[in-house]
Design a protein around this ligand. Structure first.
Ligand code: LLP
Length: 460
C-alpha cells in the first residue's frame, strides 16, 4: 500500500514528497517521523469539500492532539481549518504559532484555572464545558476578565462504537461530558443559559476514534439533534452549533477500509438534515474535529534495522524472525496501548516483493513489538524500515522511556525536506534534572567506602 505521495523511485527506494527516504534517514538520522505536506493539504481540502458539498454551514477544527507543531498550525490555518486544543501546552503551541485565538476550541475533562484563564484572556473562540465545576470556574474567571465567553456543552450521547475500548468516549459510562440520559446535560445547558458571563453556542460530542464505519456517528447525530429539540422545548433556546467531534478512521493496513470523506459526509449530513427536519429545527453550524483522518496516513516513521534473530516457536511455522529497529514504544506506544496494527516497507528495497514474514521489535526493555508477523522484503542489518500511517498519536504520544531521545520530525514536499521538530539531544534529557546540593558531594555508604578505599592487600 502506498499512501499520499509515497512512490517507489528509480533506485527502488521509497520516496515521500519527492524525497528519497534513504537520503532522509542519512541526513536527519533515525528514528525519524516524516510528514507528507501535500497529503496533509489534500486531506484538509477533500474533507472540507466533501462537507461543503453536502451541508454548507460547517466549520472544521483540526484536532491538535493527533499531532501538533507550529508548522502544522500554519498548514491547517492556511487550509482554512480552525483548531481544537485539549490542554494548556496545545493552546500555548497554537498561540505561539500565531494561530488566531478566535479560531480555537479549548477542550479537556478537568480544565485547570490556568488553562481557563489563558483561554479567556486570549479570547479563544469556544470553550467546551465538560463538568459542573468548570461552569463555576469559568463564570468566575469570565467575571474577573469582564469577558462573555462562548461555550459549548459536551454531552455523552450513550453510544458504544466499534473501536478499541480505550478510544470509545460516547458511551454513558465515561469520564467525558454530561450525561443526556440522567438529565445532567440539560441541567448544565440550563446553568449556562442562565449565566450572564457565558454565551451558550451549542452542544458537543465525540463518540470515539478510528471508526471504520459510519453507524455510530450517524446515531450520535440523531441523538444530538433530538437533544437540541429537548433544549428548545425546555428553555426556548435553539443551539446554533452542533459539534460532533472527530473519529473517522484511517488505513493502518491494507485491509482497513474507512469510509471516504465523501461517504462519511453524506452519511452524517443525510441524517443531520432529516433529523433537523423531523424536529423542525433551524440548521445549526455543523462543527467537526477530525485529527487522525487528516494527519494519520500522512506520517511515516523511518527506522534503521539492527539485530535480526530467528527463534524457535511452538506453533507453525516453527520459528519467528525478530527484526529489531532503533526505536519502539517511546516513539509509537499505540501497539502496546491499543493493540494497534501497522504495515511497513523496506525503504531501500521498496521494489522487491514483500515475501518474508517477520516481527518488527522495538529496542526498549519491554516486549515492545511494533508489528507482529508482517510481510516485508528480505531485511538486512542497516536497512531502512518505513512504518506507515504514523502521523497521528505517535509523535504526540512519544515519551523518553529508557531515556530515549524523541525523534525529529521532517516535513517533505516536492523534493524539499524541512526539519520542523529537532531530535532531542542527550543534554535535553537532563535539562530539567536537578541534583540537590546535599547529594552533590559524592559520598559512599560506609560499608562501600571501607571496602573500596582500603588498598587491596598484596599477596605474594
Ligand atoms: N475531538 C475530541 C473531543 C476528541 O476527544 C478527539 C480524540 C478528537 C476530536 C479527534 O479524534 P480523531 O479524529 O483523531 O479520531 N490516542 C488514541 C486516540 C485518542 C483520541 C482522543 N480523542 C489513539 O492513538 O488511537
Amino acid at each position: 500500500m502506498l499512501l499520499g505521495t509515497q512512490r517507489v523511485n528509480s533506485y527502488g527506494h521509497l520516496e515521500i514528497g519527492g524525497c528519497d527516504t534513504t537520503w532522509l534517514a542519512d541526513e536527519f538520522g533515525t528514528p525519524l517521523y516524516v510528514l507528507d505536506e501535500a497529503a496533509i493539504r489534500a486531506n484538509c481540502r477533500s474533507y472540507r469539500t466533501a462537507f461543503e458539498s453536502c451541508y454548507p454551514q460547517n466549520r472544521i477544527c483540526y484536532a491538535g492532539k493527533a499531532l501538533l507543531t507550529r508548522a502544522i498550525c500554519k498548514i491547517v490555518q492556511e487550509e482554512g481549518f480552525n483548531l481544537d486544543v485539549a490542554a494548556l501546552g496545545e493552546l500555548y503551541t497554537a498561540l505561539s504559532a500565531g494561530f488566531p485565538a478566535r479560531s480555537i476550541n479549548l477542550h479537556g475533562n478537568n480544565k485547570s484555572s490556568e488553562e481557563l484563564e489563558l483561554a479567556v484572556s486570549k479570547r479563544v473562540g469556544h470553550i467546551v464545558l465538560d463538568n459542573f465545576l468548570e461552569i463555576e470556574m469559568l463564570r468566575s474567571i469570565a467575571r474577573k476578565g469582564y469577558r462573555r465567553v462562548n461555550v459549548l456543552v459536551r454531552v455523552t450521547p450513550g453510544i458504544d462504537p466499534h473501536t478499541h475500548k480505550l478510544i470509545r468516549t460516547g458511551q454513558a459510562d465515561t469520564k467525558f461530558g454530561f450525561n443526556i440520559r440522567d438529565g445532567a446535560a440539560l441541567t448544565a445547558v440550563r446553568q449556562v443559559i442562565a449565566a450572564p458571563e457565558l454565551h451558550f453556542k451549542g452542544i458537543h460530542c465525540h463518540v470515539g476514534s478510528q471508526l471504520l464505519e459510519t453507524d455510530a456517528q450517524v446515531q450520535a447525530v440523531h441523538i444530538m439533534v433530538k437533544f437540541m429539540h429537548t433544549i428548545r422545548q425546555h428553555t426556548g433556546v435553539t443551539a446554533g452549533e452542533l459539534n460532533i467531534g472527530g473519529g473517522l478512521g484511517v488505513r493502518y493496513i491494507e485491509s482497513h477500509r474507512p469510509p471516504s470523506f465523501q461517504e462519511y459526509a453524506e452519511a452524517i449530513t443525510g441524517e443531520l438534515i432529516s433529523a433537523l427536519n423531523r424536529y423542525k429545527l433551524p440548521y445549526p453550524i455543523l462543527v467537526q474535529e477530525p485529527g487522525r483522518s487528516i494527519i494519520g496516513e500522512t506520517g511515516t516513521t523511518l527506522y534503521t534495522i539492527g539485530a535480526i534473530k530467528t527463534v524457535p516457536i511452538k506453533s507453525k511455522p516453527g520459528h519467528r524472525t525478530y527484526v529489531a529497529v532503533d526505536g519502539g514504544m517511546s516513539d509509537n506506544p499505540r501497539p502496546q496501548l491499543y493493540d494497534a496494527v501497522y504495515q511497513a516497507i523496506l525503504a531501500d528495497y521498496a521494489d522487491r516483493p514483500a515475501e518474508r514474514i517477520v516481527t518488527i521489535a522495538g529496542k526498549h526493555c519491554e516486549t515492545d513489538i511494533l508489528i507482529w508477523d508482517t510481510l516485508i522484503a528480505e531485511p538486512h542489518t542497516g536497512d531502512i524500515l518505513a512504518v506507515q500511517t504514523t502521523g497521528a498519536y505517535n509523535f504526540s504520544m512519544a515519551s523518553n522511556y529508557n531515556k530515549f531521545q524523541r525523534p525529529a520530525v521532517v516535513l517533505v514536499n516536492e523534493g524539499q525536506a524541512d526539519l520542523i521538530v529537532a531530535r532531542e539531544s542527550l543534554r535535553d534529557l537532563i535539562r530539567n534534572d536537578r541534583i540537590p546540593d546535599r547529594l552533590k558531594a559524592t559520598r559512599r555508604t560506609p560499608a562501600i567506602s571501607a571496602r573500596y578505599s582500603q588498598p587491596e592487600p598484596i599477596r605474594s
